[in-house]
Design a protein around this ligand. Structure first.
Ligand code: C2O
Ligand code: CU
Ligand code: CU
Length: 503
């Protein structure tokens, strides 16, 4: 067994186990078969059946990217993007593109102050990059589309994690016009930055839940995008958590979990709720809130967003994705409304554990005060301008312009607080994301009525609902070029992205 195989074997109950080689009898943890071959087991699957995946296996813990440096304060490792065949159902291979052979990619965990050096090897047949979503890394290390890593090439990403940046981040490709495909084929992973001194009490069980979705054809191959996907964004039919379909979390009664929720889908909005159980919200994209918010019955996570909740399970429950209408680019449409879907089951079992009480303050969070300047970003095309006819490849815009990496669309001064207003006159919701820093949402305006954001939080991605404007305060501290874009990846790749020059 090589190292990657061991990582997968550690998740033996999970679904994305490596395909067994001929000498392998267990069917799990067998030899990896990297290679572009797809659907080699198609003959065993009757054509025309709706693909289903095995359900109810133990929740897989994410394989962890090992630190190969022994120097204190240094995190060093390598990430290879390559095709890999995985077994979703026994005896059938599905070809994914994966980091280090794992879908989702390995969990990277480092600490504030660490110097991080990640060697990226691109074994795909197209260019790629690794973008450190939400992380405060210098522009030249952020995996922007302007700095592609060609097929077969290697590059080192190197940065130092500043103080007070502990949070649940993630990483994914950001190659020009092909990000959406690289992500839906499996390239995404999470990056947790731990604080130097943890403000939370000891004894919490840290539980990252990476939510992605899959669309498979009858032969269990990853289906390509349809024309409609390029309008609405691709949604897979099967939601998976840490690579497993409806997995089971075994929780000791009374044990308190720090659940980190990641929406790593291309376009699916996750309106999450546990049956008969409220959540205590403790964190957002940019880390802990100032104080816990108890009694949260549901959470909406747009693509790219994260949240942290504290959960103490006393009885069995189910985590569900509830229906959410995110609109449509077609007039008055609501084409993507899906039925409620169970995505994770919690089985309370075993010896009772001690419940951890969170204190009433989590960490100091200073609000960004009065802005020096204001910028406005209008997402497009608007219903009036665009309609159906404007919606061809390349028609997705911000302030009327489609992405051009050689053009500066907006400027900002280092250290200046700005108020950004993002206006959505289109028929569907768009999650707006900005690189390089975290921002604080101030208010949302709908039909002329402004509602103040109910609590302070650091965010790097915010949903801008159709017909809504979102205002946030932001400050960039590092000079260079930063991207801002819609995090529906099909929209980003078709032009709903701009370049901010910070100087
Ligand atoms: Cu997660 Cu520019 O993206
Ligand atoms: Cu990003
Ligand atoms: Cu969009």
């Amino acid at each position: 067994m090589d190292r990657r195989t061991l990582l997968l074997a550690a998740g033996a109950g999970g679904l994305l186990a490596a395909c067994g080689g001929s000498s392998d009898s267990s069917g799990i943890g067998g030899r990896m078969n990297p290679g572009p071959a797809a659907g080699t087991g198609a003959a065993t699957i009757p054509q025309g059946t709706t693909p289903a995946l095995p359900e109810g296996q133990p929740l897989r813990s994410l394989p962890r990217l090992a630190n190969t440096s022994s120097a204190p304060g240094v995190f060093e490792a390598s990430l290879t993007a390559a095709p890999v065949d995985l077994e979703l159902v026994s005896g059938v291979r599905t070809s994914f593109w994966a980091y280090n052979g794992s879908v989702p990619g390995p969990l990277i965990e480092a600490t504030e102050g660490d110097h991080v050096r990640l060697t990226f090897v691109n074994r795909l047949e197209q260019e790629s990059t690794v973008h450190w979503h939400g992380m405060p890394v210098p522009p030249a290390q952020d995996g922007n589309p302007m700095e592609p890593v060609p097929p077969g090439a290697t590059r080192v990403y190197e940065f130092t994690l500043p103080d007070d940046c502990a949070a649940s981040y993630w990483y994914h490709p950001h190659a020009h016009r092909i990000t959406h495909e690289q992500v839906y084929r499996g390239l995404a992973g999470v990056f947790i930055v731990k604080p130097r001194v943890d403000p939370l009490p000891a004894g919490l069980i840290d539980l990252p839940l990476v939510i992605t979705d899959l669309r498979l054809d009858a032969a269990y191959r990853i289906a390509p995008n349809t024309g409609m996907d390029y309008l609405l964004g691709r949604e897979g039919d099967l939601l998976v958590v840490n690579g497993g379909r409806r997995p089971v979390l075994a929780a000791a009664p009374g044990a308190t979990h720090r659940v980190r929720l990641f929406n790593a889908t291309n376009a699916r909005y996750l309106r999450l709720a546990f049956d008969d159980m409220a959540m205590t919200l403790i964190g957002s994209d940019g880390g802990l809130l100032a104080a816990p918010i108890a009694g949260v019955t549901e959470l909406l996570l747009a693509p790219g967003e994260r949240a942290e909740v504290a959960m103490t399970f006393q009885t069995n429950t189910v985590l569900r994705a509830l229906p959410y209408d995110r609109g449509s680019m077609m007039m008055g449409g609501s084409g993507m409304l899906r039925a409620s879907d169970a995505i994770l089951t919690v089985h309370v079992q075993g010896t009772p554990a001690t419940t951890i009480d969170l204190s009433s303050t989590l960490r100091p969070l200073a609000p960004l005060l009065a802005e020096d300047s204001t910028q406005r970003f209008v997402l497009g095309p608007s219903m009036m301008m665009g309609g159906m006819t404007g919606l061809t490849m390349g028609a997705f815009t911000i302030n009327g312009r489609s992405f051009d990496m050689n053009r500066i669309d907006a400027t900002a001064r280092v250290g200046a607080v700005e108020l950004w207003e993002v206006v959505n006159p289109t028929g569907m919701d768009h999650p707006f994301h900005l690189h390089g820093t975290q921002f604080q949402v101030v208010e949302r305006v709908r039909a002329g009525v402004a509602r103040a954001e109910p609590f302070l939080a650091w965010k790097d991605t915010v949903n801008v609902a159709r017909g809504e404007s979102v205002r946030f305060r932001v400050r960039q501290d590092v000079p260079g070029l930063r991207m801002y874009h819609c995090h529906i990846l099909e929209h980003e790749d078709q032009g709903m992205m701009g370049v901010l020059k910070v100087s």
